[in-house]
Design a protein around this ligand. Sequence first.
Ligand SMILES: Nc1ncnc2c1ncn2[C@@H]1O[C@H](COP(=O)(O)OP(=O)(O)OP(=O)(O)O)[C@@H](O)[C@H]1O
Ligand SMILES: [Mg+2]
Length: 302
Amino acid sequence: MYESNQKSAHVIVVGNEKGGCGKSTISMHLAIALLKKGQRVAIVDIDSRQKSISQYINNRDQYKKQFNLDIKMPTLITIERSSHFHTSKNIESELNNFAQAVSSLEENHDFIIIDTPASDTYLMRMSHAFCDTLVTPINESFIDIDVLGKLNPDNYEVLNTSQYSEIVREARANRRKVDNGVIDWVVLLNRRSPTQTQNAKHLQKALIQLSALVGFRTSMGLTERLVYREFFPNGLTALDDFSIIGTRYASQAQIAAKFEVEEIINKLRLPIDRKGKSRIEALEIWREAKDVKFNYNSALFS
Ligand SMILES: Nc1ncnc2c1ncn2[C@@H]1O[C@H](COP(=O)(O)OP(=O)(O)OP(=O)(O)O)[C@@H](O)[C@H]1O
Ligand SMILES: [Mg+2]
């Protein structure tokens, strides 16, 4: 079903079986960061129970309309929960809806970001086999590492892989069979404490060992900051300009947040194309031209 060709969108899945590690927050920030780079971005929400990312985008849409703001919006498709009497019918219908959603988006978007639930569903597994980049945020905690690998409690040496790593291994094997595609898996140490603790050092060491065993790259994710929680009701992100969204959000924390999201984007090594960059340049030239005209007019009336 999935055929990779250069024209189709790059698919990023944000996934982890562990709940509350920041998947939806990261998905939204990646989407807005890529939109701001002139990329055409769609989000597919397959967390049909919580629909957090759908709500996040709806909040943004409302805020944009309420204040007539010039802020960018990703395309959103929410895969609704199917309610047939038979489970097999539900699975079939959700898988079909998902496949249709992706094929309707891939021709006219550069990136499709799939926000996944923290539970092992067919749709979650299928999305993993579908992606080009898999981003897995984990909380800075040994409970979170446990879904990737089992560690020796005495010295934190890695003993074995565990359930989520197995899901990714299976997804990679399926993907190889279908189109020989490779999934670049990046694990983000997320919701980090701003100070480096002894616990964090042990965790990072274990993660590096695991990365070699399981085949992922590691990167720092987001720091635990209140500002990420404050953005949700208005659908905003650290990437939005205060000049547009209002100075209420302007703080050192927001600037630091913006910087760390940019770092993550760099670490992901995404295929951000030239066309997108020239779209942004064209927009800036247009804005400048408009400003020149505006200044010229206001000069006339002053
Ligand atoms: N870097 C951060 N700093 C502070 N709070 C955060 C950060 N990232 C996420 N949060 C908060 O943590 C909670 C869980 O985040 P989020 O919903 O993004 O996680 P999730 O992995 O998508 O959860 P689920 O598994 O339930 O879908 C939310 O209240 C969110 O606002
Ligand atoms: Mg979520």
